[in-house]
Design a protein around this ligand. Sequence first.
Ligand code: UT7
Length: 349
Amino acid sequence: MEMERPSLAWSIYSTALMPPRAAITSIGRYLPPRVLDNKYFEQFVATNDEWIRTRTGITTRHHAEKGVGSSELATPAARECLERRGLGPDEIDLIIVATVTPDMMFPATACLLQANLGATRAWAFDLSAACSGFVYALTVGAQFVESGAHKRVLVVGVDVMSSILDFQDRTTCILFGDGAGAVLLEPAEDGTGLLAFTHEVDGTGGAYLHMPAGGSLRPPSHETVDQKLHFIRQEGQAVFKYAVRKMAEASVLAVEKAGLQNKDIDLFIPHQANIRIIDAAQTRLGLPDSKVIKNIAKYGNTTAATIPLGIYTALEEKRLKKGDNLLMTAVGAGFTVGSAVLRWSTLTL
Ligand code: UT7
C-alpha cells in the first residue's frame, strides 16, 4: 500500500518547527610575521631539528614580538572575518574569545577586541579551556544562534604561547606557536551547521599541564618569578597518553551523536599538538590522509587557534565544500576534551 504523502502545509509547518542550526559563514586568521625554525632553539637548549621533526612533526612556528598581546592577533583575524562577509563591526551580537594567554587577568581579551573592532552592539566574554577552547567556544556560541537569541556570533581562538614559554626548557619551548583564527556563526536553514558535539573534563589532569602562578592562588612575587612559575609546565608523556586515547574516543562519540559513521566524515581537523597524536587518532578512526588536516609542521601547537587555523588551511587547499561533514576534535589542559561535527556551509576562500 502506498504511504500517504505529507501535505505541503505539514511540510512547511514541520520545517518551521525545526530550530535553525549555527553555521560558519566567514573566517579570518592572523599569524605574526616572525617565523622560527627548529635550529633557532639550539642557541637556548640542547635540541636539534631531527628530534623536533620526528618526535613532534614541527618544522617552523610563528612567534609574536615581545609585548604583543592576544588581542593584537585577534583583531586582524576578526577584521578579515567581518570584511569577508561584508559586515560592519556594529552588526555583531556577541564575541567569544577562547584563550589561555589573555592580554591581562582582566578585563577579558574579548572586551579589548570589542573595543578594537568598534563592535558597539556586542557583549563579549573569554572562555578558558586551553587547546579545547575553540571547540568549546564554537558550541557555546552556537547555542545563542540556535535559540534565536543572536543572529551573529564571532568566535575567536587565539594564543600568544611564546609569552609563557621557558626558553630553557627543551621539553616545552619548541612545541608552541602564536596565532589567531576567527569564525562567524549565523543561523542556517538549509541543513548545514553544527550537528552534534561532545565535551568532557577530567579535572584531576590539571597538574600535568599548567602555569602554576599569576592567579589568586600564587599571585606574582619575586619568588614566583625566580622559581619560573609563570611559564607553562607539562608532563609530556602523561598528556600524550591521555590525548591519544581521548582524541579518538571523543571523535567517535560526536560522530555517533550526529547520527553518522566514521566513513561519513569528509574532513577531520584535529588539534595540532603532536603529529604522532594526530596519526594515532587518524588510524583509530580509519581515515585516509586525504580526509585529515595536518598543518603542525608550519605552525606548531597554537593552543586555542589550531582548529580555526586548520579550517583556514582546509579552505586554502579547497578541501571543504557545501554539505561536507566536518569533524573537529581537541584535547588540552584541564584536562579538557571537545569534539564537534558540523555540516559545511557554502563558505570558500
Ligand atoms: O596541546 C596540549 C596538549 N599537549 C600535548 O598533547 C603534548 C603531548 N606530549 C608530547 O607531545 C610529547 O610527550 C613531547 C613532544 C612533549 C615529548 O615527546 P616524548 O616522545 O614523549 O619524549 P619524552 O618526554 O619521553 O622524552 C624523551 C627524551 C628525554 O631525554 P632522556 O630523559 O631520555 O635523556 C627528553 O629529555 O627526549 C628528551 N627531549 C628532547 N630532546 C631533544 C625532550 N624534549 C627534547 C627536545 N630536544 N626538544
